[in-house]
Design a protein around this ligand. Structure first.
Ligand code: AMP
Length: 283
């Protein structure tokens, strides 16, 4: 793997990359969820590029920017083993030099849920993703469904701003007990880690209920809350069944829906989501 830090170097080298260029933006501390995106980019591209950048502007003032886990040496090794050709690791002042003044603001899918709880978060995400796209100039970019709302926000931005990048969404990778992989799982104490799979159990329970013909989202949510209550240290931030595209709340699962969940487990905030298809659409 070639590691690039400066924009000048990127500019010089990217002319020579075999196309198509597949790009995986990350904040590092890589796990199997990231590596699946990287292997997919490797398979579908002439050049597979990944970035590692803990983007300060998408963290709120009381969030974990300074404590976010980092291990560049291990990340470089893992990215290489996943077939990444180029690793772009820009310094913060290179991305946001003194005098930086522009932000990308998405409405629509960026407004509810995470958008309400984390003001400015998606502005930070949309801005850094557009900047990275402009720097790397990929043909395709790979994102995880783990951050489902983020994926919808990026799709919206790419469509609205005519960004010439093909956005590819990839399924969530989970631990054996169902917990969605996340760099933030490293914050969990052993006791919390033991309780965390309740999130996935609740999401699965919803799918079972729909399969049994229960499609009113109020009844489904009530049962999901009961499952989550089994995890004593868990506090639900939001739990909602929404239209898979617009992210607007639904009363009945009469079309493709998505369950979005955010919980606090001790000092850690975890998010997860699950697709929910109405009974007749299920194969
Ligand atoms: P992050 O480093 O958390 O910003 O994530 C970088 C990319 O990896 C984003 O597109 C995430 O959605 C994706 N990702 C993170 N965790 C997972 C997972 N468990 N499964 C699939 N994709 C993931």
């Amino acid at each position: 793997v070639i590691t690039i830090q400066t924009r000048e170097e990127l500019l010089r080298l990217r002319q020579e990359w075999p196309r198509p260029v597949g790009f995986v933006p990350t904040m590092g501390y890589l796990h199997e969820g990231h590596l699946v995106l990287m292997r997919r980019a490797r398979q579908e591209s002439g050049t597979a590029v990944a970035s590692i950048f803990v983007n300060p502007t998408q963290f709120g003032p009381n969030e974990d920017y300074f404590t976010y886990p980092r291990d560049l040496e291990r990340d470089a090794w893992l990215a290489e083993s996943a077939g990444i050709d180029v690793l772009f690791i820009p310094p913060v002042d290179d991305v946001y030099p003194v005098g930086y003044a522009t932000r990308v603001e998405v409405d629509g899918p960026a407004l509810p849920w995470e958008g309400e709880r984390r003001p400015g978060h998606f502005r930070g995400v949309a801005t850094i993703v557009l900047k990275l796209f402009n720097m790397v100039q990929p043909d395709a970019a790979y994102f995880g469904e783990k951050d489902y709302q983020q994926l919808q926000v990026i799709r919206q931005m790419v469509e609205d701003l005519n960004v010439p990048v093909h956005v590819v969404g990839c399924p969530t990778v989970r631990e054996a007990d169902g917990l969605a992989m996340s760099s933030r799982n490293s914050y969990l104490t052993p006791k919390e880690r033991h309780q965390a799979p309740a999130i996935h159990r609740a999401l699965e329970k919803a799918q079972e209920m729909v399969n049994d013909g229960i499609v009113d989202t109020w009844s489904i949510s009530r049962v999901m809350y009961e499952v989550l209550a089994q995890a004593k240290d868990m506090r639900v931030d939001y739990l909602t069944i929404v239209d898979a595209r617009t992210l607007e709340e639904m009363d009945l699962v009469d079309r493709e829906a998505r369950i979005l969940a955010a919980v606090h487990l001790g000092r850690t905030r975890l998010i997860d989501n699950f697709t929910l298809l109405p009974p007749q659409q299920r194969s």
